[in-house]
Design a protein around this ligand. Structure first.
Ligand code: ATP
Length: 261
């Protein structure tokens, strides 16, 4: 169970995340929604401790994550893998090596530095790639792949970390609709097959509704919606995305509920 208690982050005068409290039982696939600047990235970055909270606590299985330092923090970052919009692969390295980077905390440092990755780890990496239909790309330079392929490599890298939680920060924002589906399929598969908790920031409300069993809506850093997609009425979605303002000025509301930046 992942638990946030009054989690807050201020940047000067801006309160990016404002007293967010929630519980995520193991194995949920949670979509975090809200307009641009609502605090979605900051929330995920705090959970991974890429960004320190100004107030509040993060607990995982009762353990206080907020105070972790040094090796304990490195272990948490293995337990809690992060996926980014821009993939964060090493473009000049081949796909297999990029995925093996996810095994770093499972392999003695000298072996990985010398390029002696154990056969068992190579097999794990290849199996992750094959699962996402990109096993045949293992020897290619990561930078030569399409965006959708690169994101699936990043998901394979996260998976071989054997994490309890995956945090995906706008993983489909720079992909075309077909690739966005493939990447969301990969996240859903990980969630279903391994019971890994997935928290995904997502702009497209259609995708969020399609894939996530639970939606968490942020507005100006505050939790304003928490429930299943069916509970997110058209009105609630409008409030979340501020489409009322567009209507008030005579602009047409988007016919499909896509988040507008
Ligand atoms: N490092 C920072 N320094 C100063 N302000 C920041 C920093 N990071 C985020 N902010 C501010 O905090 C607020 C929330 O930003 P955040 O990136 O978390 O929102 P978001 O919902 O993820 O937006 P987007 O969907 O555009 O990525 C914004 O007002 C942003 O300008």
């Amino acid at each position: 169970m992942l638990e946030l208690q009054g989690l807050t982050r201020r940047f000067g005068a801006v309160t990016a995340v404002d007293g967010v409290s929630l519980r995520v039982p193991d194995g949920q696939l949670v979509g975090i929604i809200g307009r641009s600047g609502a605090g979605k990235s900051t929330l995920l970055r705090m959970i991974n401790r890429l960004c320190d909270p100004s107030a509040g606590r993060i607990l995982h299985d009762g353990r206080d994550i907020t105070t972790l330092r040094g090796q304990a923090l490195r272990h948490w970052r293995t337990d809690c893998a992060m996926i980014f919009q821009q993939f964060n692969l090493v473009p000049r390295l081949d796909v297999m090596t990029n995925v093996l980077v996810g095994r770093l905390n499972h392999v003695p440092a000298w072996r990985s530095l010398a390029g002696f990755w154990p056969e068992a780890d190579r097999a794990i990496a290849l199996s992750a790639l094959t699962q996402f239909d990109i096993g045949q790309l293992a020897a290619q330079q990561a930078g030569s792949l399409s965006g959708g392929q690169q994101q699936r490599v990043a998901i394979a890298r996260a998976l071989v970390q054997e994490p309890a939680v995956i945090l995906a920060d706008e993983p489909v924002a720079s992909l075309d609709p077909r690739n966005a589906q493939l990447v969301m399929d990969a996240l859903a598969e990980i969630n279903r097959n391994y019971g890994i908790t997935v928290l995904v920031n997502i702009h497209s409300l259609d995708l969020a509704r399609q894939y996530c069993g639970r939606l968490i809506g942020l507005a100006a850093g505050q939790l304003v919606f928490d429930g299943p997609p069916e509970a997110l009425t058209q009105d609630a979605a409008r409030r979340l995305y501020g489409l009322e303002a567009a209507e008030a000025t005579g602009a047409e509301a988007a016919p499909r509920l896509y988040a507008v930046a």
